[in-house]
Design a protein around this ligand. Structure first.
Ligand code: FPP
Ligand code: K
Ligand code: ZN
Length: 498
């Protein structure tokens, strides 16, 4: 039982009987089951015949297979073909599970109430099979609150309940575990801090032991500039992004604690060697990997670019530490046609959650290319670097689950992770994110991270309707701007003496 039920919003939870999350970590929370060839065949289910005409308003780019084909037949290509065939009736707007109304562009409406209901449900009880999610408790809270905020709901009504839920997960030695009694982890701490920022208020902020958090993060900093995700755990760009998110939001001192082992290697600050470490994560493909020498992946690309954008102005940090033409080429290759959605890596499939992990890279790169910020929105901009129309079509056409919640792709069940990140991606297609030369923060360090603004893109300039508009979220912290600002200003007013 949750400590305090979400009174007034208790709904009956609908749980799928199959496709339960298999593992517990964020890295696996969105993993799909191995595809069963028989069930992934495009001919099953109650879908319309693939040859049926699309609704008016859907351009041929989104209704036909790509004109160029690799004649080689491999498992990868079979899977790609099957995925495309599965998506086509949804893109054409003719699948029987899609809900009316459709707009003049042939795109279905955002089923806002269904998604709100799904996320409220996601904070209620779970059957035994979900025990694997036990180490993702702070994430469950974060995904629901972030998703609800995007949908225009008020996250602060969960204040008391979130505080009671998260309190036992904080360890006296610093940081939050994935649940009560679990060792502190960067990912759980990131989700917990962001959830507390969203509910806001003195009780939420004072819950965090900032001094212990600083000491614990000091033990994660490595001699090569990067961060481990937990003591004795792996070192990767998730660690770096989560750590710098926490440090900058809570205004923790940048100097490493005296007992930090990285000091023995000559490092003095949390920033030391970090940008150079992230630079070493860019691969021959142009994408960014979890650690130097491994495969480029969209989730890591976002962590690395957001971390660089926290460290300093993207037009300095990203430009200096990344090969931009190569990065542009790899990021662009993540968007597929006819699907319109984004993949996480070369030769893999579109997945709704990359609407954020990959889609969220674009505003950061755009800001880097636009150069030094001005008083308001930039007068000239490199403009949109991806197809907002394609991504909107994939999200609204292929990712909305019939009973609420959003999903990886047709044939998959919704879950709160995908609901959160698909909505984040949809919001990114509806807003311009840019920085100005005035920061909310009065300190010089991280001033650029707190200078982001957004302006809505007109519904007429994309394929969504006015009522489908989501709230904007901060492109680095992935929570509402106000939540970012309140936590930073509260922390700045209470400098830590160490
Ligand atoms: C591959 O999964 C996925 C990864 C290698 C990385 C997953 C990491 C995240 C989603 C986010 C981490 C960020 C933070 C802030 C903790 P897959 O093989 O199932 O998917 P794919 O086929 O699409 O690559
Ligand atoms: K995936
Ligand atoms: Zn996914």
């Amino acid at each position: 039982m949750p400590p305090i039920a979400a009174t007034g919003h208790r709904r009956k939870v609908r749980f799928p009987t199959t496709n339960l999350p298999a593992k517990s970590s964020i890295a696996t929370a969105h993993k799909t089951r191995p595809v069963n060839r028989a069930t992934s065949s495009p001919s099953i289910g109650k879908m319309a015949s693939p040859s049926q005409d699309p609704r008016p308003g859907v351009p041929a780019l989104f209704t036909q297979p790509p004109p160029l084909r690799d004649p080689l037949v491999t498992e990868t290509i079979d899977l790609q073909d099957a995925t495309r065939e599965k998506c086509l009736p949804f893109l054409k707007g003719i699948h029987s599970s899609q809900k009316e109304p459709f707009n003049a562009c042939g795109v279905p409406t955002l089923q806002r109430d269904d998604h709100v209901g799904y996320l409220y449900d996601s904070l209620e009880d779970y059957p035994a099979g979900f025990v694997a999610m036990d180490s993702s408790r702070p994430w469950m809270v974060y995904w629901a609150l972030a998703g609800l905020s995007l949908l225009g709901e008020d996250a602060t009504r969960f204040r008391e309940r979130v505080i009671v839920t998260l309190r036992p997960m904080q360890n006296p030695t610093g940081g939050f575990g994935g649940g009560h009694g679990q060792i502190s982890h960067c990912a759980g701490s990131y989700a917990a801090v962001l959830a507390l920022a969203m509910i806001g208020g003195e009780d939420a902020f004072t819950l965090i032991d900032r001094q212990a958090m600083w000491r614990w993060l000091g033990r994660l900093k490595q001699a090569d500039g990067g961060f481990r995700v937990c003591e004795g755990g792996e070192e990767d760009v998730r660690g770096a992004y989560c750590a710098m998110t926490i440090i900058s939001l809570l205004d923790l001192p940048l100097s490493l604690p005296h007992d930090a082992e990285a000091r023995n290697a000559g490092l003095e600050s949390f920033n030391s060697g970090l940008a150079e470490y992230l630079s070493r994560c860019q691969t021959f493909e142009g994408g960014i990997s979890g650690s130097p020498g491994t495969e480029a992946h969209g989730a890591y690309a976002f962590c690395a670019l957001a971390c660089l954008s926290i460290l300093g102005p993207p037009e300095e940090t990203i430009i200096r530490h990344m090969n931009i033409p190569l990065l542009l080429s790899w990021l662009s290759a993540r968007q597929y046609a006819p699907e319109g959605g984004l993949s996480g890596r070369t030769n893999k499939l579109v997945d709704g959650c990359y609407s954020h992990w990959v889609g969220g890279c674009w505003p950061l790169l755009q800001s880097a290319l636009d150069g030094r910020p001005q008083t308001g929105a930039p007068e000239t901009s490199v403009g949109s670097l991806f197809s907002r129309e394609g991504l909107t079509r994939y999200i609204l056409g292929c990712c909305q689950s019939h009973h609420g919640g959003l999903r990886d792709k047709p044939g998959k069940h919704a879950d709160s992770y995908h609901t959160c990140y698909v909505l984040t991606g949809l919001s990114a297609t509806q807003h311009h994110h840019y920085r100005t030369n005035s920061s909310v923060s009065s300190s010089k360090t991280f001033s650029s991270a707190f200078s982001w603004r957004s302006s809505p893109i007109r519904a007429e300039d994309n394929v969504f309707e006015k009522n489908d508009r989501l709230s904007p979220v901060h492109p680095l912290y992935v929570i509402p701007h106000r939540a970012v600002e309140n936590m930073r200003l509260w922390s700045e007013a209470r400098p830590l003496r160490v």
